[in-house]
Design a protein around this ligand. Structure first.
Ligand SMILES: [Zn+2]
Length: 389
């Protein structure tokens, strides 16, 4: 759009100055401002969350519908739900209040660690126990696991008419991966060897901080193994997203990514399966500044990768939780975290969407405004660059 049209629009808008104009102006400044709702299950806390979302000018509230502990609504698929009283559904209440305030609601589906009540409810074969008695990872090789996740997604979309879905499979499979019968069978087909031994071998080197020697047969096996896991995750994501689109036609789907699954997500965005990706930086603070720097360069690499497809498909995540800070002690203070997000947004040099997960005190909201402004700066810089071409 050229400058003349922009000026005309601005003049028109200032004549008919109204709420709609403010909304448009804000949309112009920032593509989407998504606030991740903290899982709460009483109406007072939800009310506060909505007030802060409005104050912080968020246009989307991403709310956990299903997380590691169960559902935030009464589900017909599983019994594990996090409501306090039988007659109060936190997810339903939050969706209704958000809509009244013109905020769109995206349902978060946690496809990663499961624990608590779910742990007791689903068959053991669907889960991979990572060593802790109360937490498990769903096995992506198990069709029953995938079906359960898909059914929950369909239920959430049908029941609440969610405006979008956020799939969190960030930590689906960590350093110790599933070695259930199905995974062993699948691996055996492609590698003709025992998966458990291969993983033990890989783990052995990792534990002493050594790289696997290049002449070790483990090198090739590890490649086959990660290709298999990628394929399993791709299968799960593709089926899950197809089910979401069937239930809610045109429903946007966001997936949260990390370095490990970057190519998988990149390919699925390219194929048009995933609509948008979110780079989330939950973990950097726990490991100190070095880890943050690695996140930042990782985010820049990923941003560059995704800019090949379409920049608007990328969302940057920001996070600040003082409870984590108090527990971890090593974390920088929240404003410092957010200050770094500003630097990151500026360094990317183009407008992006922001996904904020954390506290919404006035101080945090002020910092977020600064990030929004940073994105506006980035956008005007990008516009100037374009006009020079
Ligand atoms: Zn398995």
């Amino acid at each position: 759009m050229n400058k003349t049209i922009n000026i005309i629009l601005l003049l028109q808008a200032s004549v008919f100055f109204n709420v709609e104009f403010c909304k448009n102006l804000h949309a112009e400044q920032y593509q989407d401002r998504i606030l991740q709702g903290i899982p709460v299950n009483n109406s007072e806390e939800i009310d506060t969350e909505i007030i802060q979302a409005v104050k912080g000018k968020f246009n989307i509230l991403a709310v956990p519908a299903f997380t590691r502990g169960g559902t935030y609504y009464k589900s017909n698929v599983i019994n594990s739900w996090n409501g306090v009283k039988d007659d109060f559904e936190p997810f339903n209440y939050l969706v209704t209040s958000a809509r009244k305030n013109s905020i769109r609601v995206y349902a978060i589906l946690g496809v990663y660690y499961w624990g608590g009540k779910i742990f007791k409810e689903v068959p053991a074969a669907m889960l991979f126990n990572s060593g802790k008695s109360s937490v498990a990872t769903p096995c992506p090789a198990n069709p029953k696991t995938n079906k359960l996740i898909i059914n929950i997604a369909e239920e959430v979309i049908a029941k609440f008419k969610a405006d979008g879905i956020v799939i969190d499979m960030l930590t689906l499979h960590g350093e110790r991966d599933c070695v259930c019968e199905l995974c062993i069978q699948e691996f055996d087909k492609i590698a003709n060897t025992n998966l458990a031994n291969v993983l033990k071998g890989i783990d052995g080197y990792a534990r002493v901080g050594k790289a696997i020697p290049s002449d070790s047969p483990l090198v090739q096996l590890r490649e086959k193994y990660s290709a298999l896991r990628s394929e399993q995750k791709e299968r799960l994501l593709t089926e899950l997203i197809a089910a979401c689109k069937r239930t809610g036609p045109n429903i946007p789907v966001i997936t949260i990514i990390n370095e490990r699954d970057i190519n998988l997500h990149y390919n699925l965005v390219k194929k048009g399966v995933i609509d948008r990706v979110l780079i989330m930086d939950y973990n950097y603070g726990l490991k100190g500044d070095g880890a943050y720097q690695s996140f930042q360069s990782q985010a820049q690499r990923q941003a560059k990768l995704f800019s090949d497809i379409q920049k608007s498909k990328l969302i940057i995540g920001a996070c600040s939780y003082s409870d984590v800070i108090e527990r971890g002690k090593r974390l920088p203070k929240p404003p410092a975290d957010l200050q770094r997000e500003i630097e990151l947004v500026r360094s990317l040099g183009y407008p992006i969407s922001l996904y904020y997960s954390g506290e919404t005190t006035d101080a945090q909201l002020n910092m977020l405004s600064a990030i929004f402004s940073a994105a506006t700066d980035a956008k005007s810089t990008a516009k100037q660059d374009n006009s020079r071409r």
